[in-house]
Design a protein. Structure first.
Ligand code: NI
Length: 401
């Protein structure tokens, strides 16, 4: 198998199919955990190439297995397939045909790129060393996500390493980026319900004012990051909703706060949770209010393996004319994190932004689009990483020689 510049040339003939598939998916988007037709369609595309396909892996997940004729590692490559509850505002011919649902994050492009990877490997089994396991994953956009169920169903059994890409519109077409270690945040959500004692606005001494209690919690919660968390560990505590009260002269009995916590490591994540609960408990105790918290742990942080991120910086420069960038960590979450908890691997951004082709909107924007050429980049990068890993396999054996 070839790497580098040759690779892009080899994948180029598959570009018309990438466009056809991406545009089909773009017109027929489905929401997370509801990707029945998308999943069926992906399976039939894979079968038409002659791939060995497993359907219904942890929900609507699909695993395509391509076994080479030479000995080598099992390399897993992943694409997600779900869309978002957003009305497509684009006017192009491939705009979404489903009211209120659109591929506003590029997952259609991920799927089309990985289908091209399947076609590429399927046609080159004689030279392929080991196995390539292609994971088409549903439900990335909605916790608890589709990654964990696919793993529980055995999708990564026997795999040595995993790679994934996200087409990224803030990054110009022609560039790619990632970073070693913590790359994307853990995102948790909470709802706090405070119950005081309602009463007359003119007789506060007979009440427990839930608005006063809620306000004190909002204020105190801000000191968790500034005074409890190590300043060298990034963390965010945001309270984005405060609902209480109904009239000028009525003291509110109830107050509901909703928020999110973003962190990059397990220790800080657990600590913020613990401090938030302690803050609520003591403030409510002080005012004589009762409380409940519904704290939902979302995806863990995406932590790239150091060796695999290094492989990206050794492999990707030949593929990207615009250059390769060392990314900053970002506070967005991704369920690729579950795979990286089990296997070494790397999650990478492939530049898909281009104002000239209309691909200048942020992810999850109603006019989001990609520069479609980025799909060739994404497919080439996945293959290049897999083949580079393969040439250094078995790394453990080499270490001990
Ligand atoms: Ni996405």
């Amino acid at each position: 198998m070839k790497t580098g510049g040759h690779l892009k040339k080899l994948l180029q003939p598959l570009y018309p199919d990438m466009i056809r598939r991406r545009r089909y998916l773009h017109q027929h988007p489905e929401l997370s955990f509801q990707e029945a037709k998308t999943s069926q369609w992906i399976a039939s595309e894979l079968r038409s190439m002659g791939c060995e396909v497993q359907e219904g892996v942890g929900g609507y997940g699909i695993v395509a297995t391509i076994k080479g004729h030479l000995p080598g590692p099992v390399v897993a490559l992943r694409a997600d397939m779900d869309a978002l509850p957003i009305q497509d505002e684009k006017t192009c011919e491939y705009a979404s045909k489903v009211p209120g649902i659109m591929h506003a994050c590029g997952h259609d492009g991920h799927t089309a790129a990985l289908l091209a990877v399947a076609e590429y490997y399927q046609g080159g089994k004689d030279q392929l060393a080991g196995e390539r396991r292609l994971l088409f994953q549903p439900a990335e956009e909605l916790t608890p996500g589709g990654a964990e169920p696919m793993m529980k169903a055995g999708a990564l059994e026997g795999a040595d390493v995993i790679y994934g890409v996200h087409l990224w519109s803030p990054l110009p077409y022609g560039q790619a980026s990632t970073k070693p270690g913590p790359f994307m945040a853990a995102a948790d959500e909470f709802t706090i319900d405070i119950t005081g004692l309602g009463g007359h606005g003119g007789m506060p001494h007979k009440t427990v004012d839930a608005i006063i209690v809620g306000s004190a919690i909002v204020q105190a919660a801000q000191s968790i990051v500034s005074r409890n968390v190590n300043p060298l560990q990034p963390a965010v505590v945001t309270i984005g909703s405060f609902q209480a009260g109904s009239a000028n002269n009525v003291i509110a009995e109830r107050c509901q706060l909703k928020g999110t916590v973003r962190t990059f490591d397990a220790e800080t994540r657990a600590y913020v949770h613990e401090r938030l609960k302690a803050t609520i408990e003591h403030i409510c105790g002080m005012y004589g209010a009762s409380w409940e918290i519904d704290y939902r742990f979302g995806y863990p942080p995406v932590v790239n393996d150091e060796t695999e991120a290094d492989r990206f910086f050794r492999t990707a420069p030949e593929l990207f004319e615009g250059g390769v960038v060392r990314a900053e960590a970002i506070m967005v979450a991704e369920d690729f994190s579950y795979y990286l908890e089990k296997l070494p691997g790397c999650f990478m951004f492939v530049g898909a932004g281009n104002a000239e082709t209309g691909a200048s909107y942020a992810h999850h924007h109603p006019r989001f689009d990609i520069d479609e050429r980025a799909m060739i980049d994404a497919a080439s990068l996945l293959v290049a990483m897999a083949e580079h890993y393969s040439t250094e396999w078995p790394s453990e054996g080499l270490d001990t020689l």
